[in-house]
Design a protein around this ligand. Sequence first.
Ligand code: FAD
Ligand code: NAP
Length: 313
Amino acid sequence: MSDTRHTKLLIIGSGPAGYTAGVYGSRAMLDPILVQGIEPGGQLTTTTEVENWPGDTEVQGPDLMLRMEAHTKAMGTEIIGDIITDLDLSKRPFTAIGDSGTTYMADAVILATGARAKWLGLDTEEKFKGFGVSACATCDGFFYKGQEIVVIGGGNTAVEEALFLTNFASKVTLIHRRDELRAEKILIDRLMKNDKIEPLWFHQLIEVTGTDMPLGVEGIKVKHTKTGEITEIACKGVFVAIGHAPANELVIDQLETHMGGYVVTKPDSTATSIPGVFAAGDLTDHLYRQAVTSAGMGCMAALEAERFLSEQE
Ligand code: FAD
Ligand code: NAP
């Protein structure tokens, strides 16, 4: 049944940025509505231990996000399990259409749609997605008990995924296009000490090979980035961990973006090029992309939205 809701503040996204905006927006008496999207809790629900969230030496990502959700709800934010499929920022109140059929009219909007995993764009990667090719070790690692698998990438995600996958796999080959990882030193240290992980430097995945009936991965072909030499590696699973791109599809034609699609905000602010529209977290951050920085920006966005709305009254 279609329905129209009006709110002073609509928050789109339920990662650390969205939930923190909800906490601050509620305390500013804005009665926010927060729409969670397809991934309630955001990216941290796809990982295990988080060791850099202040106050918790170690916390499981999904638990942390459940606590944030409960906190946001307790402060008074209405949390809705819906996905925004269309957003019109051309006039106020702004209009968002939910997949549920609900129309949300909002005097101010905080965009906190975060980022999504990037893929290499190979035909064979697409072919075996969900059948041996994955971008989420915590979701799919369990299926590779006692098997050989590969992880592609050299950032924090790739290294964490490789370490996590050693809980299941007999061997993990970490394939990186350079010989230097961009992951944090503490993670590199753990990687190098792990006997089950073998790094393969200067290689790029060029093809995933496998069977059609049933669909399944049997190996990969990699190319040496300097010599061009092609090597085949037998494996049952391929985890692609080559970074994340901002989830900007709702606003790409309406807001200024830069650095590969990140929403531009004013200096020292979360204000976008449209008054009343604020952006926080990984959607706008090409530099830090951390839970704590996203939460910080969620706080800024709610405080700025409150100031904007009181100036309008
Ligand atoms: P996200 O967490 O990306 O959440 C985006 C939200 O937007 C989701 O809830 C989604 O459902 C919603 N959304 C998207 N589109 C729509 C739509 N159309 N309608 C409604 N809602 C929508 N950072 C750390 O600080 N420490 C770590 O240990 C750490 N580990 C990580 C491990 C992994 C595997 C990954 C992938 C990331 C990790 N990060 C870590 C990075 C951290 O998760 C991100 O920086 C942070 O989650 C970004 O928060 P965010 O609120 O901007 O968005
Ligand atoms: P990232 O830091 O952008 O790293 C992406 C990696 O993939 C890089 O090593 C890059 O190689 C490689 N890569 C990119 N495109 C490629 C391609 N086409 N082919 C082959 N390799 C490719 O991404 P991320 O690791 O997903 O991390 C994203 C953000 O989340 C970061 O800010 C990170 O700190 C944060 N995060 C934090 C934690 C934590 O705090 N524990 C955990 C996970 C993620 P080059 O190095 O050669 O560019």
